[in-house]
Design a protein. Structure first.
Length: 136
C-alpha cells in the first residue's frame, strides 16, 4: 500500500500491518503482531524522516510465506530518496542521551533478518525485515 510521507501516513501504515496480521491469524496481542507492528512503525518513521522527497509517498508491503516448518513474516518499506541509504553494518546501541538513532537498532534487535536494497523499478530504496516463526 501507498501512504503519504506524514506522521498520519506512518500511523495508518502501522495500523494496516497490525490489522492484516490479525486477519492472517496472528492476533493483535500476539508476539508476532506486536513485534512486526513495532518494526513497521520504525521503518515508516525512518522513511518519513530520512527518505522523504517532497510530493512522494512511501510504500509498505507485507508478505507471509508458510512452509511445513516455519512461517516467515516480511515487511518492506520503500521510499523514493536515492542518496540516503542506511548503513548495512549492525547499528550500535544508542546512548541514553541520544535524541535519535534508535530505529534501525530496534529493527536489528527485533527482526531475524533485515537489509536495505535499491528499489526495483523505481528510484529510492527498500528496507525490509523478517520474523521467522517456527511451527511445533
Amino acid at each position: 500500500m501507498q501512504f503519504t510521507s506524514t506522521p498520519r501516513g506512518a500511523r495508518l501504515a502501522r495500523r494496516l500491518v497490525s490489522h492484516r496480521l490479525d486477519e492472517w491469524g496472528h492476533p493483535y496481542d500476539s508476539a508476532p503482531n506486536e513485534t512486526l507492528t513495532l518494526i513497521a512503525a520504525e521503518l515508516a518513521a525512518n522513511a518519513i524522516r530520512h527518505g522523504h522527497v517532497c510530493g512522494r509517498d512511501f510504500h509498505v508491503r507485507l508478505i507471509e510465506c508458510t512452509s511445513k516448518a516455519t512461517t516467515v513474516l516480511r515487511i518492506e518499506v520503500a521510499d523514493t530518496r536515492t542518496e540516503r541509504f542506511p548503513s548495512l553494518e549492525t547499528p550500535t546501541p544508542p546512548t541514553v542521551d541520544d535524541e535519535s538513532g534508535r530505529g534501525l537498532f530496534l529493527v536489528s534487535q527485533l527482526a531475524d533478518r533485515w537489509c536495505v536494497a535499491p528499489r526495483v523499478g523505481a528510484p529510492g530504496k527498500s528496507v525490509w525485515a523478517e520474523l521467522e516463526l517456527n511451527h511445533g
